[in-house]
Design a protein. Structure first.
Lengths: 232, 232
């Protein structure tokens, strides 16, 4: 295992559209990716699909979520909100000390049969804050990537959106911003404390509503801030 | 009173930075503006300042809030959240049947001594939904302009942001979008039902946090939607 492999990105729930899209973009940027899934065969199939799109150099493998989790200290969560808490309880023993968990989860009301353009109230304030409560002590959580269109990620065009990163740990913020900036067309910005994820998560529901109403793949850009506020 | 005057824009709380900035932009676009304030003298002083900036042609007057309200059927609310409910109770008898109320209020936690980068939970879901409950029956409410920087509005440069309009009445949505599109650099977009104001209001708190952290005057643009989704 070389230095690169020790910083593989494990995408938990990586066979869904958002996880697969992120994996594609990061693999294209030369990162080593582990696709995690409940089903190892599905994870391997997604990894194979990505390799076939990018070429033989692509470092993408697939395994069950707990194995993916144990194989990396950089975890990206792209699971539906309704599965998040149970999954984190299952993964807890497998999470390596010092790991950074980047949570892209949005608590859409669709999780309980409601609309994808509405959110649920989460006791802790946001899905990402719930994650922070469920991971082992000392594990840092950053919220990011909630507002990046899975459809656009899965394509070949550059993106046209910003990623707002929220975390209570400056190191986790930095790691998440660097990952965001690896996606062509994305600018990353420090959005402050993890508690602010409650707003960023809700923007995802607003964008889903705009997508339904106006037929598109909405994202957001922040305007009016100095250029050095962004990492790209 | 000519046809134009019958569609004057009354800006309730128009002596504050957001109200004054909107008045300046709309007066510049040739609209007739009534600045409303608790204090008629202050309202007249603000009107005079705007006229002196724009020139003798500017149609801007100032009066007490209830008089402003009675003089127009197009009301724009730019009052601090902590004063909103009491003001609406005071104005209720003065609101003309068939009026459209455009609410720019954000329920910032600063209203109760907290931070401007956090919001309060409003029982009805959002400040705009509270407004809808407090206006007379049959009066339409649209939520808009929460995310437009007052500092930028007060300047001379074109804006660089979108205005998301939420309302349960298509006519109110249309009126608010037309007003937004009169501001140079602003694109207006239909954000769906009034209930979505709860998300748009929270974006204002997020932007305030970004402004503090990164020293700027943040706004948002929606990307990834077809051009015909926007009015400009």
């Amino acid at each position: 295992m070389n230095a690169r492999m020790s910083r593989a990105i494990a995408i938990i729930g990586g066979t869904g559209p958002a996880g697969t899209g992120l994996a594609l973009r990061w693999a294209r940027a030369g990162e080593t990716i582990i696709i995690g899934s409940r089903d190892a065969a599905r994870a391997q199939k997604t990894a194979e699909t990505i390799r076939s799109r990018i070429g033989a150099d692509a470092q993408v493998s697939g395994m069950e979520n707990p194995a993916a989790c144990a194989a990396s200290d950089l975890l990206v969560l792209t699971v539906p909100f309704e599965g998040q808490a149970a999954l984190l309880k299952q993964l807890k023993p497998a999470i390596r000390p010092g790991s950074v968990v980047i949570d892209a989860t949005v608590p859409l009301a669709a999780s309980v049969g409601g609309r994808a353009s509405r959110t649920l109230g989460v006791w802790q304030g946001s899905a990402a804050q719930q994650t922070a409560e469920l991971v082992p002590k000392g594990i840092s959580v950053a919220a990011a990537f909630q507002n990046v269109s899975a459809d656009v990620l899965s394509g070949d065009e550059d993106l046209d959106c910003d990623v707002i990163v929220c975390s209570d740990d400056p190191n986790a913020t930095q790691v998440a911003m660097e990952l965001a900036a690896k996606i062509a067309g994305v600018r990353a910005i420090d959005g402050g404390k993890l508690e602010n994820a409650r707003i960023v998560e809700q923007i995802a529901a607003l964008l889903i509503g705009l997508n339904m109403r106006h037929k598109g793949h909405g994202g957001i850009r922040i305007t009016g801030l100095p250029d050095n506020a962004f990492m790209r």
